[in-house]
Write a protein that binds this ligand. Structure first.
Ligand SMILES: Cc1cc2nc3c(=O)[nH]c(=O)nc-3n(C[C@H](O)[C@H](O)[C@H](O)COP(=O)(O)O)c2cc1C
Length: 321
């Protein structure tokens, strides 16, 4: 792939298939990640029916990586085979999520404390037969160079590093100052490997624009950046031709997103349901930055369905533009 890479972060209940389709239309990232999906859940018939909703994608989103979590190699092996069959371009193992319920199952950030289990789960994921990447944090309670070194020894095609510890959650600025050290460690660990075949390192944390990403890549030497919260309310984020959208354009795109969400998740298809309230965090992000945005936001926080959104947006557009 061309470097540097600008990729869409996995975000549970944010980067669902409807939102990803909006990115595919308005500004495609170089690689798209799905929300995290429980490999254990995929192995139970009831869980599978529900989770297949989170693994639905369209060819326009490619290349697309399915993110899985589990502490159980057997579950990972089965899930990896399923994901490969669905046509994904890769599997990413979540080794950084601080969610207690994920950690309790031995997945997410808990893997940082249990490298043996992490390697067993990696080995199992590779049985799916498609490329396997890892997303992790810089450590659990403190920066853990042993952990990062171990991951860099695994010949991964890509390692995404969220530059905070598990303990720091998202409460402190990401430690970008560590990135050059991580790249140096990669080059030392993989000195026998040709530079073009070494693990690509993607930095994550607090990147708020493409220009900011360019700057961080230049300054710290990573191969790309992954953007999470910076993309809220901006499906055009990855489009270099677009600087920003006018309030009118933002509202039209928001309505299109809400309609797509309702069509995808509020129809009759079994196992596809998602509460429409999920859209409210998107409304907050789309509707901001102009006089009168707050009043409109307040109205949108009360809606229960897409018809109400359409009415509010159409009336607002007619009155203001
Ligand atoms: C609402 C939300 C959901 C998230 N869900 C996931 C997830 O499913 N898998 C994952 O690896 N990280 C998840 N993350 C973490 C992000 O991928 C990313 O690592 C983090 O937000 C830091 O990047 P940022 O500063 O660009 O947001 C989530 C973050 C947020 C805010």
């Amino acid at each position: 792939m061309k470097k540097p890479l600008f990729v869409l972060a996995p975000m549970a209940n944010v980067t669902d298939s409807a939102f990803r389709a909006m990115f595919a239309k308005y500004g495609k990232p170089d690689v798209t990640w799905t929300e995290f999906v429980s490999a254990d859940g995929l192995c139970s018939p009831k869980g599978k029916q529900m989770l297949m909703r989170d693994l639905a994608f369209t060819p326009k989103e490619r290349p697309i990586v399915a993110q899985l979590f589990t502490g159980h190699p057997e579950a990972m092996k089965k899930a990896a085979k399923m994901v490969a069959k669905l046509g994904f371009d890769g599997i990413d193992i979540n080794m950084g999520c601080p969610d207690r319920s994920v950690e309790k199952q031995g997945g997410g950030a808990a893997m940082i404390k249990d490298p043996k289990s992490a390697l067993a789960v990696l080995e199992a994921a590779r049985q799916g037969g498609i490329p396997v990447t890892i997303k992790t944090r810089i450590g659990y309670n403190a920066v853990d160079w042993k952990w990062l070194r171990l991951l860099l020894e695994q010949n991964l095609p890509v390692l995404t590093v969220h530059l905070r510890t598990r303990k720091e959650m998202s409460d402190v600025p990401a430690h970008w100052e560590l990135m050059s050290e991580i790249v140096k460690l990669r080059d030392e660990v993989q000195k026998e490997v040709a530079p073009e075949n070494r693990t690509l390192i993607i930095g994550n944390g607090d990147v708020h624009s493409l220009v900011d990403g360019d700057k961080k890549i230049r300054e710290f030497g990573c191969d790309g950046v992954m953007i999470g919260r910076g993309i809220f309310g901006k499906p055009w984020f990855f489009n270099r031709m677009v600087k920003d959208k006018t309030p009118e354009e933002r509202l039209k795109i928001m309505l299109e997103h809400a309609k797509l969400f309702a069509k995808t998740f509020n129809g009759k298809k079994k196992g596809s349901h998602k509460n429409f309230a999920v859209m409210k965090k998107h409304f907050k992000a789309y509707v901001s930055g102009w006089d009168g945005a707050k009043e409109l936001r307040v109205q949108l926080m009360e809606v229960e369905n897409v018809k109400q959104v359409e009415k509010i947006v159409k009336e607002y557009l007619a009155a203001n533009f």
